[in-house]
Design a protein around this ligand. Sequence first.
Ligand code: 5AD
Ligand code: SF4
Length: 448
Amino acid sequence: MTEPKRLHVITWGCQMNVYDSGRMADVLAPVGYTPVPEPDGADMVILNTCHIRDKAAEKVFSELGRLRRLKEATGNRMILAVAGCVAQAEGQEILTRAPYVDIVLGPQTYHRLPEMVARATRAGGKVIETDFPPEDKFDHLPEASAPQGVTAFLTIQEGCDKFCSFCVVPYTRGAEQSRPAAAILREARHLLSQGAREITLLGQNVNAWHGEAPDGSTWGLGRLLRELAGIGTLLRLRYATSHPRDMDDDLIAAHGEIPGLMPFLHLPVQSGSDRILAAMNRKHTAETYRRVIDRLRDARPDIAFSSDFIVGHPGETEADFEATMALVRDVNFAQAFSFKYSPRPGTPAAGAGQQVPEADKDRRLQALQALLREQQARFSANCVGLDMPVLFTGTGRHPGQIVGRSPFLQPVHVSAGADLIGTESMVRIVAAHPNSLAGTLLQERRTA
Ligand code: 5AD
Ligand code: SF4
């Protein structure tokens, strides 16, 4: 019998990291670790880091400074681990600058955590595991055990082979790798048995998924979505994040055929200028992006889009930026994320000439965000008066209120009993707030 120990995981960054943090907790459960909500007094703290944009490493070192004091308060008994993409990128540098850290592990080595903990405790030694091991970590991870709730994540693909000029992901997460369909279907059934009603398939390039099918052939994402949609108790499916180049015919058709595939797609375009798209190595034009959007709208007329944008990539002129604004006006996004270009060490764009002055980046970002905010507000306002299915996920802030998600991922507040949580019901939208909607329950359509 292993002694009970307390584990606290701090998660920064994308949904992939949220999923990874859950799996790290799963893999440590058999050796006695139970998750606790606070780091104070914990036997082990894992800082799961993100390297995608600005000052990632500095943020990690300042958080480690805080955790060091908590570690000292435990008489240095606390095991401190740094995981995720900063761990992968910085490796030894973390132990040099923060020698009180015990374990540094990259995203491909989580399944080896119990052994790393044993090594760190036994020898009091330091552990660095940032290689890309030959075995597939998914083959060595236990079934996801911690219930994720009504909406769950499932990683089906990892890594990226695209090498966009600005992006660290191909270096921190490694080459594209797809999990076999059978393992994904098994995990989906398990999540549903734990109460999940919506599953979001995750991957850095999720629509590049090409996995081994149970009959030995290869499936693409469209086929996988159809198989998942056939599982009885699954209500909703989503996937993120996609690359425009990998939106193939079958996947676009799936949007028209699967009612449970939510009509909301995050499809990053980064820029609307062909010159900058080429400099970014995106391997598509603004026009091909617009065509993909049109074809998705033909397949599923109620579909809405979200995107990512970068302003101030090296070489971006005012005219390039105006092309981005024009694309935003043409497509009309329901939601979007936009960032100032931030040079990532080791990426091609970081060493490129023609870096854009900070003041220009600031001005462009403000103009772009104003336009995107306006489009988001208009999209929400247009929801008022519509009836839409809402999947209830939890209680609201006020007594007697519950909250759920619209098909477009907007939080929707409704006055109704908590017994509806985990079910989907039709709701009439009565008001739009900046980040949520309010509605009234039309009927108690029990779907679960
Ligand atoms: N600078 C700014 N934004 C970036 N992103 C990725 N790398 C950088 C960078 N170096 C943004 C992209 C991507 C999102 C996850 O983060 O828009 O789609
Ligand atoms: Fe980064 Fe481009 Fe790969 Fe996305 S597709 S993870 S932006 S390199």
